[in-house]
Ligand binder design. Structure first.
Ligand code: NAD
Ligand code: ZN
Length: 357
């Protein structure tokens, strides 16, 4: 399956959902020349999936240089960016040397930023290996690293020349990474695709079991939503903000619980419940019970009622400052249609949080 991301100025790139064996042919199809290729990955992915990829690249005439970094969010930081720079420049690259990011969102964001900045921009190939990365982070061109002051504070827009997602790679994901990614898939359904919402409702058991026959379809539909949003708004301003459905509360929950307590997807699952309550208040026709049922199927370990509401509200105020004075929420008008509202009152927030608990 292939989708295309079309951008202003006649730029476009394919998002391919297929087995890794087809990657070399696609590299050629997007115009990359054989030769050196800088492959960045992490230890978990290297252990599970690197050798077949390396062999396929070498068989097709590529000379990959493999850089294996430690897994986890702390890798998305300056010291590891520097390692990529050092390795690339010592080895010898030119402006046509592709950077291939083989990993989850951490590797994609980090190697993507390296590609954006080395020699003022190298061709970037995203080969995402987590569900979040396949349906979300590898598409859209946002790259970057964290800083001690906060997440994603240093970065650049740099669109890939190819995104290549092999659904079979997801079979080895730890279960909590799988369900966290599903939260973003549910989000894509709610903000952009009633058919995907129905698919999730009907085939939830198969989804949780990662039914190999279902995965390509599931990923393809979720990818299509992300592409549609990105195409309408490459650089954030308006429509792209709807991707933050569930994220205003979600980010606050992550921060107040302490990063690492809830995964990002778990926090977003809770945040979507709060946003659902706010949406239903404005749009009484919204099928709130169906949506709530689906959201509550996403497993969230522990209980959010240990979180202090005042602390959450404060954490959301921090976001508010960043957004020049307005607390913005993404709300649903109906399944498949979202918009940004800035009329949410403080009193409503408390009630929305009660709905989550
Ligand atoms: P991740 O990259 O840390 O991967 C999660 C874990 O899964 C890691 O331990 C990794 O080693 C392991 N893993 C990856 N693929 C595997 C596989 N196939 N089998 C077994 N284990 C595997 O995290 P993530 O959830 O993919 O991404 C989170 C990051 O993405 C965050 O830094 C977030 O800021 C970023 N993000 C970026 C965008 C964007 O638009 N650029 C969007 C959403 C999220
Ligand atoms: Zn998210």
């Amino acid at each position: 399956m292939v989708h295309y991301v079309e951008l202003p100025g006649d730029r476009r790139y394919p998002v391919v959902i297929e087995s890794l064996a087809a990657l070399p042919a696609w590299l050629e199809r997007v115009g990359l020349r054989h030769g050196r290729l800088l492959l960045v990955t992490d230890e978990n992915i290297a252990r599970l999936h690197l050798e077949p990829l390396r062999a396929a690249l070498e068989a097709a005439g590529w000379t990959p240089r493999v850089l294996v970094l430690p897994p986890g969010e702390p890798t998305k930081a300056l010291p590891y960016l520097e390692r990529i720079y050092d390795e690339a420049l010592r080895w010898g690259i030119d402006r046509r040397t592709p950077v291939l990011a083989f990993g989850g969102g951490v590797i994609g964001d980090l190697a993507g930023f390296a590609a954006a900045t080395l020699l003022r921009g190298l061709p970037l190939v995203q080969v995402p290996t987590t569900l979040i990365a396949q349906v979300d982070s590898a598409i859209g061109g946002k790259t970057g690293i964290n800083h001690a002051r906060g997440k994603n504070l240093i970065g650049a827009f740099h669109q890939p020349v190819l995104v290549f997602a092999d659904p079979s790679l997801l079979q080895t994901l730890p279960v909590r990474e799988w369900t966290s990614g599903l939260a973003e898939v549910v989000k894509h359904a709610l903000i952009g695709d009633p058919a995907l919402f129905a698919l999730l409702e009907e085939r939830w058991a198969d989804v949780m079991q990662r039914d190999a026959a279902l995965l390509p379809e599931l990923i393809s539909q979720a990818v299509a939503v992300k592409i549609r949003v990105v195409m309408q708004d490459e650089r954030e301003a308006g429509l792209r903000a709807i991707l933050n459905f569930g994220h205003t509360f979600g980010h606050a929950i992550e921060r107040v619980a302490g990063y690492g307590h809830f995964t990002h997807g778990e926090a977003v699952a809770l945040g979507m419940l709060a946003a659902l309550w706010l949406s239903h208040r404005r749009h009484p026709d919204l099928p709130v019970d169906r949506i709530r049922t689906l959201l509550q199927r996403l497993p969230v370990p522990g209980s959010p009622d240990t979180l202090d509401f005042e602390a959450l509200r404060e954490a959301m105020q921090v976001d508010k400052k960043a957004l020049a004075g307005r607390l913005r929420f993404v709300l649903l008008r109906r399944v498949g249609e979202a918009y940004v509202a800035d009329d949410v009152t403080e009193a409503e927030l408390r009630d929305a949080w009660q709905f989550v608990l």
